[in-house]
Design a protein around this ligand. Sequence first.
Ligand SMILES: Cc1ncc(COP(=O)(O)O)c(C=O)c1O
Length: 352
Amino acid sequence: MVKRTDPYIPGEQLEQEGLIKLNTNENPYPPSPSVIQAIQEEMKRNLQRYPSPSADELRNTIAESFSLSKKNVFVGNGSDEVLAFAFMAFFEPGKPILFPDVTYSFYPVYAKLFHIPYEQVRLNDDFSLPVEQFFQSAGGVILPNPNAPTGLYEELDQIERIVQENKGRVVIIDEAYIDFAPTSAARLVQTYDNLLIVQTMSKSRSLAGLRVGFAMGSESLIEGLTRIKDSFNSYPVDRLALAGAKAAFEDSEHFSNTTNAILSTRERVIPQLRSLGFSVLPSAANFVFVKHDSLDGRTLYEQLKARKILIRHFDSPRISDFIRITIGTNEQMDTFLDELSLILSSASTVHP
Ligand SMILES: Cc1ncc(COP(=O)(O)O)c(C=O)c1O
């Protein structure tokens, strides 16, 4: 009677007092004050009316900031929804798609839900992308750049090769963390009609609570997404989210200040983690993926949780020894590092 699925398991969203939350890659800084103001003004206006089904104003703002046209932009209720629409629009039963074996765990969930066969390409031992293995897919490709949960970034020319070698199939690059990395592939959407870039306002734009994601691609890909949206929910992005997201895009100063603060905290924390005995993968994201030379990932997760610090541990092949730590404020990271040192020194006293 009830359809069986294997749902995605999101990171814990505990509301406990005093908790330091470093588990779901949210921004530690609040959004720009102009976002709050825009939402408040919108609240007084037209809440009794449906929002724009085509989200024209927000799409225009996003398009301008990427030097694209509105026809190249689609917006949805978080990038998870945009990704789900993209699976429905571009991938087909009977034609296996490719994605990495260590990657965002929503991809296999969507593939199963929409009956799309998939092959998981094994990342190299250092978790870098074996680029050629994504060439000539039967049904398309999806991969995050930077990858999650590893944080590794792949250079733009390599992403371009994957797009070129999949003519006639859609390549989706999920750029949830691109604002913490060198270069977006968004500039390639005018050259390649099979490339879809998906981004989110949940991370670098401090709006995880508002749920806004967007895609950029050729007009025909955007039309495909729109057809799916209109077969599902005409108004996925509400009035407050449209107003807040537009204001966030317009405050580029707040965006660059908060992004730079996170990058400088990340670069400060990495050597400190190394000196505590961690191997740290090179991160181009707002999180670090690390492994300790003596304590395993689950133990670290549990002991930090007992000290009111939440980080993410994945009980999955190849990465169960790792933990993923979102970069918080300097103060949060100092508390985290202090607690971590205490955990490690008491572990080395118990097991000399
Ligand atoms: C790689 C990746 N893609 C997409 C998302 C979804 O983001 P949202 O639905 O908040 O836009 C996440 C969230 O953690 C992510 O890590």
